[in-house]
Design a protein around this ligand. Sequence first.
Ligand SMILES: [Zn+2]
Ligand SMILES: [Zn+2]
Length: 163
Amino acid sequence: MIEAPNKFCRLTTIEEEEQEVIYIKRSPSLIKAQKKYYEKNKAKITAKQTEYNNKYTKLTHECECGDVISNAAKYHHIRSKRHARRIENIKNGKLPSALKSEEKVNCECGGHYIFKHRHQHLKTKKHTDFILHQQQNLRKQLSNLNGSQAELIVNNSVEVKEI
Ligand SMILES: [Zn+2]
Ligand SMILES: [Zn+2]
């Protein structure tokens, strides 16, 4: 293809024109003959189609998320939370089946925990000691900065009161 100055006047090469599909216009007599054939074999054709449909819906295929699903379930699967989660996991280089709740987290306190057990971890001595130590450090740094005693209330937000 040759780049044209605007997208509406695309220049085609000879090769491209040769690849064009040729549509055969059905003649009225052919349409009639096909209709006649269909009417005559209606029951057979319908049965064949039903058989095909039944087989088709039971056919399984592997989704891009790694799940093996039947064609019948495909429509719902693609829109499911499970599919979305698996795709997200693959994108992040994790196992498709990885669950956020089962994720191992390395805590800043040096410990580690499983995401669903995070509340228990946050109450452990190791973690609370670490937070306390961090707060003390912060207080020291601030008092050095201010050159006076600073009172800290650390509760998600930091509030500094000068004495
Ligand atoms: Zn999927
Ligand atoms: Zn911790």
